[in-house]
Design a protein around this ligand. Sequence first.
Ligand SMILES: NC(=O)c1ccc[n+]([C@@H]2O[C@H](COP(=O)([O-])OP(=O)(O)OC[C@H]3O[C@@H](n4cnc5c(N)ncnc54)[C@H](OP(=O)(O)O)[C@@H]3O)[C@@H](O)[C@H]2O)c1
Length: 324
Amino acid sequence: MLENYEIRDKMDAIGINAFGDANQLQMMKVDVPTINDDQILIKVRSTGINPIDWKTREGLRQKRYDFNFPIILGQEMAGVIVQVGKNVKDFKPNDQVLGYGVPSEMGTYAQYYAMDAKYAAKFGNQISFAEASGIAMTGTTAYEALFTYGKLLKGQTVLILAGSGGVGSLAIQLAKNAGAKVITTTGTSNIDYVKSIGADEVVDYKNDNLVDKVQNVDLVFDTLGGQNQVDAFKAVKSGGTIVSIVEQTDQAVSLSKLYNITFHKIVNRPDHDTIIKLAQLISADKLHVRIADDLPFTLDNAKKLQNHSQTGHTDGKLVMTLQY
Ligand SMILES: NC(=O)c1ccc[n+]([C@@H]2O[C@H](COP(=O)([O-])OP(=O)(O)OC[C@H]3O[C@@H](n4cnc5c(N)ncnc54)[C@H](OP(=O)(O)O)[C@@H]3O)[C@@H](O)[C@H]2O)c1
């Protein structure tokens, strides 16, 4: 069915005018963004809710980005194109796309989202907007950690910390698709789930000791930090690699030297080729997103979902779906 291309001047968006807890979130009326010649305007149908969103809300990313208020939150979404810039060749109005929003004050918790066309990709009709909205940023993070920095190869063994998380669950599938052996950590209730998406061995963090169970892996993908990261140094072999998306402590620097480990702390960035690849995999049924909760786009639900994300115990992706 064709979308209505009539674009309004104002739109609903959820954001903040001050840093703090979820009570700072507000439903706002803001201008619909305008696009430049390389961009597309998307009518958002579903937006992913990620830990990065509440970290932005709390002001934890201000040193890096220096955002001005109001800040509309959200960095990944799926929707339908309503306008294309004149240099854009790959898309046309009414294409359904998923996209990775670069860090900015204009996020994806909104009715319309303007973005560089190179960070969007079409996806198959059989995939729901909810599923598609949970892949661009999360999947790129997993992909870059495993392959760009981790240099994971077929036949190697990777330990993925928190394989039931949004990033970890995509990492398991990507590593498995690449022919690696996958060991992962998760809680008791998620053991069957991580096995169902490809984990060969599972360490139950509630009952098992990682250091006793895992040694000599080629690569650790750390999505947790803290003591889990410290323990990972005993799980990886000399000459191996740890890629963390959470932190690099002084202790990590010392342990890297002590155990002869290459350590990377990465901050993910959108990448055209990776986003296209992820969209192809999800469309070909080779990559799946588990939806933990999918709620309508309201202020109360944004608060609820961000609070849920902040517990660190969400089993899959949290998304908000917009109805028109
Ligand atoms: N640097 C970057 O560019 C970048 C990009 C994306 C994300 N990140 C960061 O990466 C982290 C992970 O993101 P995410 O979206 O994957 O988080 P998430 O979906 O919220 O992760 C939740 C999952 O972690 C599991 N978990 C919690 N504690 C665990 C433990 N001790 N051992 C094993 N599993 C545990 C939970 O399992 P149970 O429910 O069973 O406890 C749950 O399934 C966040 O801090 C996020 O900000 C960084």
